[in-house]
Ligand binder design. Structure first.
Ligand code: LLP
Length: 434
């Protein structure tokens, strides 16, 4: 049997394994719905990124984990141990990282609309870098840095106008975008000129992020060319030399066996060749490079386990297999029609002869985990359904819709398992209610 990731397998009894562990036994031990995360896989990905950055990019370059992909205390501890920086987008992510003891000097604070309170909160927590989105944010950073008597490192988020050829909801680097400032319209020049006048703002360089789940050839290389061209033009125009360039995240991952796979090291090597070549052509010193992978660090480290409730056959129409989670722990099909690979974990050697939709337990027809998949025809209540590649943008986008409790996150490490985030309780659900 071929699997989308090398941490998935089947044991002698025909049971699905993940990171070498029996998934049915994990479901029995921790209950369902359950988010499993293969810690060794996460560490392996971090190591690949960190080593490739050291090998191929200018000295001082390091990758940042885009923690919006999956944010909880233990993941920030792993990022500390693997020498990653982090990308944070809210006071909540900053707080979580701080609680985990992450050194926030290696944190880059994004968002197109940081509140004034969050700006102050980030400064008070010593967040190393702000990725400023627009002019009024710069004004606020200047004001708050001055009042604290500090100098704040800042990158400016720019839109290079590159189409990443992915789904519309995750495109961010085009000119018509709520994010950043456009290069093409000349507004980027204006914001650089303005930033250089601010006494407490240390303009370190520029940032762009073209989109997510990107496979298309050359997208990152083309973004690098545009951004470095912009750096060169700022050097000619204002004598300003950018020390850092952050090329964002977005490397795609396979969700089904037909999707392509991206070789991270090869991709970084290719981007680095473009960076050095372009810097030479433009006559500028190669800046320190950062990138912000999120999905490609955690997606295939994740698997969700559910217990099957009802199996419904609507004669002449469709079969429905309902599970005890759904859009509350994985809203990605509802939002983006995202594809997933699904199994019945205790029936891996049985023939998949039932076309059905795997659906959630919410009061909403759109609560579909995956439509039109093939599962064994003898699937019954009590079976364990498994959805692969759920490590990114599942738990972090989970909700309490219908007052459903969020699942637990269990980490798998070297044949062992431990709870990293406990399952929510009904008391948690009411915790904020007066
Ligand atoms: N940097 C910035 C500025 C970003 O906006 C993002 C993702 C990343 C880095 C990380 O991109 P990644 O390497 O994970 O592709 N909820 C959507 C994905 C939204 C991505 C938002 N920004 C999904 O479930 O597909």
């Amino acid at each position: 049997m071929a699997f989308i990731c090398d941490n998935i397998g089947v044991d002698n009894e025909g049971v699905l394994t993940f990171a070498g562990q029996n998934t049915v036994r994990l479901a029995e031990k921790y209950g369902t719905p359950l988010m499993l995360l293969d810690e060794c896989k996460i560490r392996e990905k971090c190591r690949i990124y960190v080593e490739a950055f050291r090998k191929y990019f200018p000295e001082g370059s390091f990758p940042l984990y885009a923690s919006k992909a999956n944010s909880f205390k233990q993941i920030y501890r792993i990022m500390t141990e693997t020498c990653m920086g982090i990308d944070v987008v809210s006071g909540g992510e900053i707080y979580t990282a701080a609680q985990a003891g992450f050194d926030l000097k290696k944190a880059y604070f994004h968002s197109n609309n940081k509140t004034d309170d969050e700006i102050g909160f980030a400064m008070d927590h010593g967040v190393g870098y702000f990725v400023a989105d627009h002019k009024s944010e710069l004004i606020e950073i200047q004001k708050q840095a001055e009042s604290r008597g500090i100098f704040q490192n800042v990158l400016l988020r720019l839109t290079p106008g590159i189409d990443p050829h992915t789904y519309e909801e995750v495109v961010t680097g085009m000119i018509d975008s709520k994010f950043g400032t456009a290069i093409e319209t000349g507004q980027a020049d204006e914001i650089v000129e303005f930033a250089l006048t601010l006494k407490n703002v240390r303009l370190k360089g520029f940032h762009c992020h073209v989109g997510s789940q990107v496979f298309a050839e050359d997208v990152f290389e083309r973004a690098a060319v545009v951004m470095l061209g912009f750096c060169a033009s700022m050097s000619r125009k204002f004598g300003y030399e950018a020390q850092e360039l952050d090329l964002g995240g977005g490397f795609g991952v396979p969700y089904t066996i037909n999707d392509s796979t991206l070789d991270i090291e090869e991709k970084i090597k290719s981007i680095s060749e473009t960076v050095y070549r372009t810097c030479e052509e433009e006559g500028i010193k190669p800046p320190v490079i950062h990138m912000e992978p999120g999905r490609s660090i955690v997606a295939d480290a994740g698997m969700t386990l559910y217990t099957v409730g009802s199996v419904k056959h609507i004669t002449g129409y469709r079969n429905y297999v309902s599970v005890d989670g759904g859009m509350t722990d994985n809203p990605r099909y509802a939002l983006y029609k995202s594809r997933y690979t699904c199994y019945i974990a205790n029936r891996m050697n049985e023939v998949k002869d039932m076309k059905c939709s795997l659906v959630g337990r919410c009061c909403e027809s759109g609560d579909i985990v995956q439509p039109d998949i093939m599962l064994p025809g003898n699937t019954v209540k009590g079976d364990i359904a498994a959805v692969c590649t759920t490590g990114a943008y599942n738990y972090s986008m989970a909700s309490n819709y219908n007052r459903v409790c969020r699942p637990a996150i269990v980490m798998l490490r070297d044949g062992d398992s431990y709870v990293a985030v406990r399952r929510e309780t009904y008391e948690d659900i009411c915790a904020c209610d007066i």
